[in-house]
Design a protein around this ligand. Structure first.
Ligand code: BTN
Length: 260
C-alpha cells in the first residue's frame, strides 16, 4: 500500500492549526529537513510533512532513524509558538503528551514517557521525537517537531530488538496508520492554543505523571562521559535535574538508564 493521499489524511481531520496543510512524499531525505525548508521559506505553523520512507531519517544525538516502508508513521510539523528560545525544549513534552494521549486510547494501555524524548509501551520504545529549532537571537523563529511512530512492525533489527516495539506488537493486531496520525494531530491541535502562548504547565504535568524515573538512581550517558545521580525533577526548561555527589546538575542531552 502506498502512502495515504493528502485528501485521505485531511478527510474528517477537522483541526484548527495542526495539519491544516499537508505535504505527502513516498520517499524523502528527512521530513524534518523538509519542514525546515518550509520554515525558512515562511511557511505557516501547523504545516505537516509526512513520508512513507526516509533515506536520511534523523534521530537524536546525530543518530539515524531507520524505518522500513509501510509500517511506520514518519512526520514533522512546523510550529511558531511565542516562546523564548531557551524554553523550546518544552515542545518535546508537548508532542510527547499528545502522542501519549492518542496512543493510550488506541492501544488501551498506559504510555510511559522517558526523558528526553522517548515514548514506551510495556517498557519498550515505540516512538521517538526529534525537535529542531531555528533561533533568532533569544527568540524562536520556528520549531520542527519530528515524530516517528512504530505502528505495524513485526520485527526489529537485532541491535534494538530487545528495546523496541510497535503498536501492532503491543496490541496483537494491525493498526490503521491514518487513524493514529489523525488522533495525534487532533490531540496536538487541542493543546496548541495554550502552548502557543507559552503555557506548558499542563503538558509538564502530563509528561511527569507518565515518567517513572523520578526518585530513582540513574546514569546519563553523554558523548564521552557519564553522569550518575538521583533523578529529582524536570527543570522549568525541560532539562533533567539530578542530585549528584557534587550537588545538583541539570542535563540537557544524553541517554538515561535507571540503575536502581
Ligand atoms: C529519536 O528517538 O532519536 C528521535 C527520532 C525521530 C524520528 C522522526 S521520523 C520523522 C522525523 N524526520 C526525521 O528525520 N526524524 C523524525
Amino acid at each position: 500500500m502506498a502512502m495515504y493521499s493528502k485528501e485521505e489524511l485531511l478527510q474528517g481531520l477537522q483541526t484548527r492549526v495542526i495539519g491544516k496543510k499537508i505535504f505527502v512524499f513516498e520517499t524523502i531525505d528527512s521530513t524534518n529537513a523538509c519542514a525546515r525548508t518550509l520554515g525558512d521559506a515562511g511557511g505557516d505553523e501547523g504545516e505537516l510533512v509526512i513520508a512513507e520512507f526516509q533515506t536520511s531519517g534523523r534521530g537524536r544525538l546525530g543518530r539515524s532513524w531507520i524505518a522500513e516502508e509501510h509500517t511506520s508513521l514518519l512526520f514533522s510539523i512546523l510550529l511558531r509558538p511565542q516562546v523564548q528560545a531557551e524554553m523550546a525544549g518544552l515542545l518535546t513534552l508537548f508532542a510527547s503528551a499528545a502522542v501519549a494521549r492518542a496512543i493510550e486510547r488506541i492501544a488501551a494501555s498506559r504510555v510511559e514517557c522517558k526523558w528526553p524524548n522517548d515514548l514506551l509501551l510495556g517498557g519498550k520504545k515505540f516512538c521517538g521525537i526529534l525537535l529542531e529549532n531555528s533561533l533568532q537571537q533569544t527568540a524562536l523563529r520556528y520549531s520542527i517537531v519530528g515524530i516517528g511512530i512504530n505502528v505495524n512492525q513485526q520485527t526489529f533489527s537485532p541491535e534494538i530488538a530487545d528495546r523496541a516495539t510497535s503498536l501492532a506488537l503491543h496490541t496483537g493486531g494491525m493498526v490503521d496508520r491514518k487513524a493514529v496520525l489523525q488522533s495525534v494531530l487532533r490531540e496536538m491541535d487541542e493543546m496548541y492554543p495554550a502552548i502557543r502562548e507559552g503555557d506548558f504547565d499542563f503538558v509538564v504535568k502530563e509528561w511527569t505523571d507518565r515518567c517513572t524515573m523520578f526518585g530513582k538512581h540513574v546514569k546519563v550517558l553523554q558523548h564521552d562521559h557519564v553522569i550518575e545521580g538521583k533523578a529529582l525533577r524536570l527543570h522549568q526548561d525541560a532539562g533533567l535535574v539530578l542530585s549528584t555527589p557534587d550537588g545538583p546538575v541539570t542535563v540537557y542531552a544524553g541517554d538515561v538508564t535507571i540503575i536502581s
